[in-house]
Design a protein around this ligand. Sequence first.
Ligand SMILES: Cc1ncc(C[n+]2csc(CCOP(=O)(O)OP(=O)(O)O)c2C)c(N)n1
Ligand code: SF4
Length: 262
Amino acid sequence: MSEISMPLCWRRETKPHQFCPGCGHGLILKALGMAVDRLQIADKVLFGCDIGCSLLAWDFFNLDTVRTHHGRTVPLIVGAKRVRPELVGIAYMGDGGAYAIGAQHLVNATMRNDKVMVVIVNNTTYAMTGGQLAPTTLPGQKTETSPAGRRTEREGFPLRGPEMLAAIAPPGSYVARGSVSRVRRLARLLEKGLENQLQGRGISVVEALSTCPTNWRTNAEDTWKFLEKEMTDYFPLGEFVSPHDRAGGAPKVNGNSRKGGG
Ligand SMILES: Cc1ncc(C[n+]2csc(CCOP(=O)(O)OP(=O)(O)O)c2C)c(N)n1
Ligand code: SF4
């Protein structure tokens, strides 16, 4: 299928990527590359990747790229964008980086409506460090630090990041959630986020549900089931805030219905 062939902004030389087999990062990066290609903005993009498995994206693209400290990709890209407003700033990070150690940056950038795009990889775990409990770990999900499964009475409920940001998102912002199970749709959400930035409207935040079979300790079939059933039930796909919403900030779900506790 021509539409999901290799994006032009990917590096031309052949070299092995470093993600584990079955990892969702490659699909998200492919979707992002498709969006950058469609908008023909490769020469304007500054791509920032966080610490975590997202850092393995540092040499994927023929894009100007910077690696940052854990959770600090948003302020770095915001700073670059303020100094060089002609750049298209993309912060690429995991759910731990975005919703735990870097949560204050994400919240403040959203409140300020900084004109950057944040792409958050939700794989329900701290993947690079061996699969510890993350803000997005599902109730009952086993991790290295919750071997009996997440107990909501002790560890709380998982964070629905886009829904939280939708509650404070100013007019002109764009907040959505896609999934590696729908790559073309994810590419479209990322394209809309980039268009929002190009039009100078406000911040764009796109969360992507992703797979981590290594830390989930799942085979191919169970990996896909966990993504399609448990994760998608708890984290509904859809657009939560669109720059065309007059009021901004009014949460709106265009995808699955909300399910799950919390
Ligand atoms: C300031 C700081 N604290 C902790 C770490 C250790 N650390 C490296 S990666 C990581 C977890 C990354 O998880 P996440 O952001 O969800 O990304 P993923 O690996 O799942 O893609 C942690 C805690 C670090 N590098 N820097
Ligand atoms: S540990 Fe998980 S997120 Fe990291 S590369 Fe492997 S499968 Fe992907």
